[in-house]
Design a protein around this ligand. Structure first.
Ligand code: ZN
Ligand code: ZN
Length: 294
């Protein structure tokens, strides 16, 4: 994990055409409006839109109007800040655009030390969801390509510095296996390897272009996501969105399913509050947000 070089929040301000505060933004965002002649610059950190905007921006949500502090929300340090997704991206990305647009609420500055410490708890919660939702953390729907597995092992043996110690009879078998797999899976190789394979009579690990082919075969993934592959996050969010509870679930997860995406997000925020014990949360930041559950 890398800490951010520049400050997390730039706390710039966007005003509407009548001069009311609409929302906070980065300097980059201000430049976006200015470069399109959609706003005039009031000062270094404030612009005013030159058109009548739709809606009221964030002007009714005090959380989005305040000056945000560039400190770790857990311990208060200003050093080594990273951005922490309170609702992990792997779930949020499957929740649809209405939910995603609130993402800055769930993106908080946390220093690397606190981030590492909390991440262990977050992993434990994910493992809990794995059990209750029958949602393997590695996802479901992998396909094992056994032939590639065998071909890759043969190629690795042929490229090994100890290949001379393998009896010639066995080496011949390995060459045959690698060659057969490469020929059967020729479309998975790079263009140059492809051309080489098509002109093969016998694979010769002494020749550099053949070694290149073997190297590619060696690095090929034997296990790939199939057409019905679903990630852990997708399965959990799918069950919550589709209100599919099961008898394998604990009471908390059943309640989450009944409460929909809002409940899933509130669970993650509550989990963060309980385990990270943040002492420097921004004002107006509460686990139940938006309060009406919209
Ligand atoms: Zn910290
Ligand atoms: Zn559960």
């Amino acid at each position: 994990m890398q800490a951010r070089a520049k400050s997390v929040y730039e706390n710039c301000t966007v005003l509407d055409i009548d001069g009311n505060m609409l929302f906070r933004a980065s300097r980059k965002r201000l430049d976006w409006y200015l470069s399109r002649n959609l706003a005039t610059e009031i000062n270094d950190t404030t612009i005013q839109l030159s058109f009548v905007n739709k809606g009221t921006g964030r002007s009714t949500e005090p959380f989005y109007l305040q000056d945000m502090q560039n400190i770790c929300v857990v311990c208060g340090t200003a050093d080594g800040l990273t951005m922490h997704h309170v609702v992990p991206h792997q779930y949020r990305q499957h929740m649809g655009t209405a939910i995603k647009s609130h993402s800055s609420f769930d993106l908080l500055p946390v220093c690397m030390r606190c981030h590492d410490q909390y991440e262990r708890h977050a992993t434990a919660f994910k493992k809990h969801l794995e059990q209750c939702f029958q949602a393997p953390l590695e996802g479901r729907g992998w396909i094992d390509r056994r032939d590639i597995h065998q071909g890759a092992r043969a190629a690795a043996a042929l490229l090994s510095p100890h290949v001379a110690k393998i009896p010639e009879e066995r080496r011949a078998e390995l060459r045959q296996t690698a060659q057969a797999v490469a020929q059967a899976r020729v479309l998975l190789f790079s263009d140059s390897a492809h051309t080489c394979i098509e002109s093969w009579r016998n694979v010769d690990p002494e020749r550099s272009e053949h070694r290149e082919v073997l190297r590619e075969l060696c690095e090929m993934e034997a296990r790939v996501p199939g057409p019905d592959f679903k990630s852990h996050g997708e399965i959990v969010v799918g069950a919550v969105g589709g209100a599919q509870s099961s008898c394998a679930m604990c009471a908390e997860c059943k309640a989450m399913v009944a409460g929909g995406f809002h409940a899933l997000m509130v669970s993650w925020r509550s989990h963060f509050v309980l385990h990270a014990r943040p002492a420097h949360l921004p004002q107006h930041w509460v686990a139940e947000y938006p309060p009406s559950g919209e």
